[in-house]
Each structure stands twice: as structure tokens, then as C-alpha cells.
Design a protein around this ligand. Structure first.
Ligand SMILES: [Fe+2]
Length: 206
């Protein structure tokens, strides 16, 4: 989960984890949550928990979630432009072209941060709360240890590569110097070069 300050006392919760009482209290110390964002088709599980904790917030979802979770209440389906209230703070693009997984990538202007969930994962020997079996799996099967790449579902699902390339290129045009993602260690050096390397396959395919 990432929490973004939209304006003075207004927050956006991106890819919420389960919001228990302690987490809710910590967030409310920062401000009031006005927006809950489910940014990817695999990142919606704890939206109801966030909605329960912050009942006045609006919920924005990545397209596809409305079919996977028809019972989920939401206010808006995200696309290539941020909602008007968020346009000064964020830019966004819906990354198309994959048959297994979709995600809306965000750019936080003030911190020059690319905000992802599954489009890049970055596991290293230092990654916490991951056991050695999983690290071995990532190293030997997916070659993703110390080698940031999209989630396996992305790697197996590229279909319309021209569409994928167009949307990924739009995120690469943003002036970011760090990457926050849902799985693995944050990328705080050489961010654009590492994104280019992670997306080499969809970017180079014809
Ligand atoms: Fe994920």
C-alpha cells in the first residue's frame, strides 16, 4: 500500500492492504482518505477493508476488476487520464496489451516517482518477509532475483505488443527517478534505466 497526499489534509490510498485499527489510526494521523485506488487486476482484495475504514472515500478501479469482483462498490473506472481532482498531483496510463493482467501505472509529480504494483517486481537477497524457497524460485525459474522484471503473469501474457509498447513508452516519458512497487525493494537509483531493462521484451517486440 502507498499513501499519497493529494492536498493539505486529503489522502489517496493506493493498492490498500488490510486496514486494521492500528493502520487506520496511522493513516488518519496523516489526513483524511478521500480516494481508494485498486490499480491492477490483481490488486483489489482489501478494497472493502479500506472502504469500511474510510466510508466517505471514493473508489477508483483498474478496468477488469468490475468483472472479477462484481460485488465490489466503486465510483470510477480508471483509464489514461487522472480524475480531475488528482490531475495536479498525478499522471496515469492504463498499460494495455496483456491477456492475463492489467494495471494503471501512476506518476507522482512532486516526488518524481513511478508508482506500480505488478509491472515491475524487484526481489533481492535483502528483500524482507520473503522465504528462501520463494527466492530460489524467482532466481531459478523466473530469473528475477536482482533482476527487476514484470510479474510472471505479465511475462506469460503479452499479446498486443504494439499496445503494450505504446502505454509503457508513455510511462517512460515521465520524469521519474524512483520506482515504488508492490513486490520487492523500492528502486531509488537508475530508475529509468532499470524500467527500460525490465520492459525490454514488450518494448522491443514488433
Ligand atoms: Fe501483485
Amino acid at each position: 500500500m502507498t499513501v499519497i497526499r493529494v492536498c493539505n489534509a486529503t489522502l489517496m490510498v493506493h493498492s490498500p492492504c488490510e486496514i486494521d485499527a492500528a493502520t487506520k489510526g496511522a493513516i488518519l494521523e496523516l489526513g483524511d482518505v478521500a480516494y481508494i485506488v485498486a490499480p491492477g487486476t490483481y490488486h483489489h482484495l482489501h478494497v472493502p477493508s479500506a472502504q469500511y475504514a474510510f466510508p466517505d472515500a471514493e473508489t477508483y478501479i483498474c478496468p477488469g476488476i468490475e468483472r472479477k469482483r462484481p460485488e465490489l462498490d466503486f465510483d470510477w473506472i480508471l483509464a489514461d487520464r487522472p480524475p480531475e481532482a488528482l490531475g495536479d498531483v498525478l499522471d496515469q496510463v492504463l498499460v494495455r496489451g496483456n491477456k492475463l493482467i492489467w494495471e494503471v501505472a501512476f506518476y507522482h509529480r512532486a516526488s518524481k516517482t513511478l508508482l506500480l504494483v505488478d509491472l515491475i517486481e524487484n526481489f533481492t537477497d535483502q528483500t524482507q518477509n520473503v522465504n528462501w524457497v520463494l527466492k530460489l524460485w524467482w532466481k531459478t525459474v523466473f530469473h528475477m532475483l536482482d533482476n527487476p522484471k514484470p510479474a510472471p503473469e505479465y511475462q506469460m501474457g503479452w499479446k498486443d505488443k504494439a499496445a503494450a509498447r505504446k502505454s509503457l513508452q508513455r510511462s517512460l516519458d515521465w520524469d521519474f527517478d524512483k520506482i515504488v512497487m508492490a513486490h520487492g525493494d523500492l528502486i531509488e537509483t537508475d530508475a529509468k534505466e532499470r524500467a527500460l531493462a525490465a520492459w525490454k521484451k514488450p518494448l522491443s517486440a514488433s
